[in-house]
Ligand binder design. Structure first.
Ligand code: IPD
Ligand code: CA
Ligand code: CA
Length: 261
């Protein structure tokens, strides 16, 4: 895609995000329908479904040939990364949405033949967006983001999955102890925003494709390190560990886990 097409794509999705901010702000004032999925801690609401349906309808109009991989199942059954694929996580951090009405995000990412084209993560209540791609640059709202200082784990905050830490998945407690501090935000999107804007040096979790597609795309575009702690490349269509970090924090974490960086 040339710059004009990327610009049009960005402007279009930013308009959708404005409308989603508005829609979710209205819905939080109303009574929500809350259901559970795989466990009592895995929540979904009518708003998750409504936002995903909004995305699917608008993506189909804008990019009819593309496939959509959405968390709530309104998209397509995506089996390969060939062609254009949109990843959609309508509300990321649904528990925070339900319990705090804050600290939740919406995430969209567009890949072509397995490579990121553009991605967007919005802190919905703050209406704060990080957006961009490898040939476009990465922006924090209107401001171009620069790769922040290369700070190591001992001097930086690390964002981690609370469940992985609580159940002591190998590596997670060691990483939390080695960092100057650790944070559990309860939303992959919010965690990515902290790393992308230089407030945290790393985010590690084990997640599903829609949880990491936008974060991986934006982190790569900005020049952060992206990988897994399983010594396998990130597979965009399956769940797995995903580590996004500054160069130094990435090397520190791999060394701590005795893995190749
Ligand atoms: C979840 C959140 C959470 C992360 C889980 C995700 P959801 O997303 O991002 O922080 O630890 O792995 O599934 O279900 O609220 O969209
Ligand atoms: Ca979600
Ligand atoms: Ca999610």
């Amino acid at each position: 895609m040339d710059q004009t097409q990327l610009q049009k794509l960005d402007t279009t999705v930013l308009k959708w995000l404005d409308q989603i901010h508005h829609l979710v702000s209205q819905r939080v004032q109303q009574r929500m329908q809350i259901d559970t999925k795989s466990s009592r801690r895995d929540l979904v609401t009518n708003v998750d479904r409504e936002v995903e349906q909004y995305y699917v309808q608008h993506i189909r109009n804008f990019d009819p040939e593309a496939k959509i991989l959405g968390e709530e199942g309104f998209g397509d059954a995506v089996k390969s990364m060939k062609g254009r694929i949109w990843f959609v996580d309508p509300i990321d951090g649904t528990m925070n949405f339900v319990k705090q009405q804050a600290e939740f995000a919406t995430m969209v990412a567009l890949y072509e033949d397995g490579e990121p084209l553009m991605a967007w993560i919005m802190d919905i209540t703050q209406h704060d967006v990080v957006h961009g791609g490898p040939d476009y640059g990465v922006y924090h709202n209107d401001e171009k983001l620069k790769l922040s200082d290369d700070i190591g784990l001992a001097d930086g905050l690390v964002a981690l999955s609370g469940a992985r830490l609580l159940y002591e998945e190998p590596g997670f407690p060691q990483i939390a102890k080695a960092a100057i501090g650790y944070r559990v935000y309860g939303s992959a999107g919010i965690s990515y925003l902290h790393v992308l804007t230089g407030k945290a040096v790393a985010y590690l979790s084990r997640m599903r494709p829609w949880d990491f597609a936008a974060g991986v795309a934006l982190a790569k575009s900005l020049g952060l390190r992206v990988g897994t702690i399983d010594e396998q490349p990130v597979n965009m269509l399956v769940s797995g560990s995903v580590l996004v970090a500054t160069d130094k924090a990435y090397a520190d974490i791999m060394a701590l886990l005795g893995k190749k960086g």
